[in-house]
Design a binder for this molecule. Structure first.
Ligand code: ATP
Ligand code: MG
Length: 431
């Protein structure tokens, strides 16, 4: 026997048993985003490497250490996208989405790739859902995106989530703050973790979200960026906070929540879960008024967020809630004629809108009945030689065990009545 080729480290298969959680997440997302009139955009999974260097920034971990970059057969430097925003903004500029005027409300979903140390809630291929609102400088846009994130998480039934929010001001505010921060941190340089020492010159704001314990301790007493905001930035932040309060969305201000790069402006936010251990952040977002210009477009304000789907799936699985779509009929059959009729019946019932599982095993009725019980179906339809002969079908209601024999054509002639009966029986069957 030859050796088995295994999946690449940091990737995982999403097996059928997990599928219903993904579908529930995707269904709920589609519904909530379409209610808010966001439109889906699908951009390529790989892009030219400079897009991410300019669109995320060379001083970040993502670009500095985590990108899957390779040279293709045409000698181009290609990178598997580590996040969604850069590609969306590239597409916005390249396809002149601004030409229609007004605000673009976009969303995306799909796999992202980062070369990180794999652990629970952290993989090398993972999935995100993200939104980008491009073309509005209004704090209402910031709050709209946050409200959509919280509505989504709530609709999924998730609890123990906390929203943290901050402002990183504009370029001038940040320059002033950066100087004050470096002044504060410089005397501690030797005590900072290696990455943070490195960042002291290049990207000192990122030191604030270092995961190193001693660095965090030092950062606790660092000056707060909120004390360095100009009037315009202060107004934007106060307004966003006020609107969140008005919407009844609970938040905490965290002056250490930052984005390190120049094109991030004003609002930065994160949603964390108490139930995820070390990888607690499920949603990260904020305003990036400088990015469109940075990528070669006309200066255009924008705000967005990204949610890590694997982390939501972990949370959904912990809820232990029944999210399987219900099965209406499980069909068992035995004998040549009956088996053909059963196949035909399953075909007709599905076309009529029922959910139907057909047992293909041709095993003894007893075995098929046991599978029917495990299937979660509301009713079992039984076709044996006698039913095939008489053009009947036996209906067994699985919650009560009650049975009745009906004409096979009845199911397709009066589907609405059967739908009502199935619904009634499903309620009998539910705990
Ligand atoms: P972290 O601090 O956890 O590394 P990040 O700041 O790198 O997160 P973002 O780039 O803001 O994350 O991405 C948004 C969300 O995507 C994160 O909050 C998280 O839920 C998810 N995410 C990011 N990286 C990974 C990964 N390697 N595996 C799984 N999910 C991830
Ligand atoms: Mg990361």
């Amino acid at each position: 026997m030859s050796k088995i080729v295994q999946a690449v480290r940091g990737t995982r298969d999403i097996l059928p048993e997990e599928g219903s959680y993904w579908q529930f997440l995707e269904r709920t997302t589609h519904e909530i985003l379409s209610r808010a009139r966001y439109q889906q955009i699908r951009t390529p999974i790989f892009e030219q490497t400079p897009l991410f260097e300019r669109g995320i920034g060379e001083a970040t971990d993502v670009v500095g250490k985590e990108m899957y970059t390779f040279t293709d057969r045409g000698d181009r430097s290609i990178t598997l996208r580590p996040e969604g925003t850069a590609g969306v903004v590239r597409s916005y500029i390249e396809n002149k989405l601004y030409a229609t005027g007004g605000v673009q409300r976009l969303w995306y979903t799909g796999p992202m790739f980062r070369y990180e140390r794999p652990q629970a809630g952290r993989q090398r291929q993972f999935h995100q859902i993200g939104v980008e609102v491009i073309g509005s400088p209004d704090p209402r846009a910031d709050v709209e995106t946050i409200s959509i994130a919280t509505t989504l998480l709530k609709s999924l039934g998730l609890q123990n989530l906390h929203l943290a929010i901050n402002s990183v001001g504009d370029g001038a505010d940040r320059q002033r703050y950066r100087d004050a921060l470096v002044d504060y941190l410089a005397p501690f340089k030797d005590e900072l973790d290696a990455d943070s020492q490195d960042r002291l010159d290049r990207n000192p704001l990122r030191i604030l979200d270092s995961k190193d314990e001693r660095t965090q301790e030092i950062a606790q007493s660092a000056p707060s960026i909120l004390d360095y905001l100009g009037d315009n930035s202060k107004r934007h932040f106060d307004r966003a906070c006020e609107l969140l309060t008005q919407l009844g969305i609970t938040y905490a201000i965290d002056p250490r929540l930052v984005r390190g790069l120049d094109y991030y402006t004003h609002t930065a936010f994160e949603i964390q879960s108490d139930d995820l251990g070390a990888q607690a952040t499920v949603c990260g977002g904020g305003r990036y008024d400088g990015l469109v210009e940075q990528l070669g477009g006309k200066a255009t304000p924008a705000v967005g967020w990204a949610i890590g789907m694997e982390r939501l799936i972990i949370l959904l699985q912990k809820l232990d809630r029944d999210i399987e779509p219900s099965v209406d009929f499980f069909i068992v059959s035995k004998g040549d004629r009956a088996e053909a009729q059963a196949l035909e019946l399953s075909h007709g019932l599905r076309r009529a809108g029922f959910t139907v599982e057909l047992d293909l095993s041709a095993s003894a009725f007893g075995k098929q009945f046991r599978r029917a019980d495990r299937s979660g179906a509301v009713a079992c339809l039984v076709l044996g030689d006698a039913e095939a002969e008489s053009n009947n079908v036996n209906v067994k209601w699985l919650a009560t065990g009650e049975q009745e024999t009906i004409a096979r054509s009845d199911l397709l002639e009066r589907p609405d009545e059967w739908r009502v009966r199935l619904k009634g029986e499903a309620e009998v069957g539910s705990p």
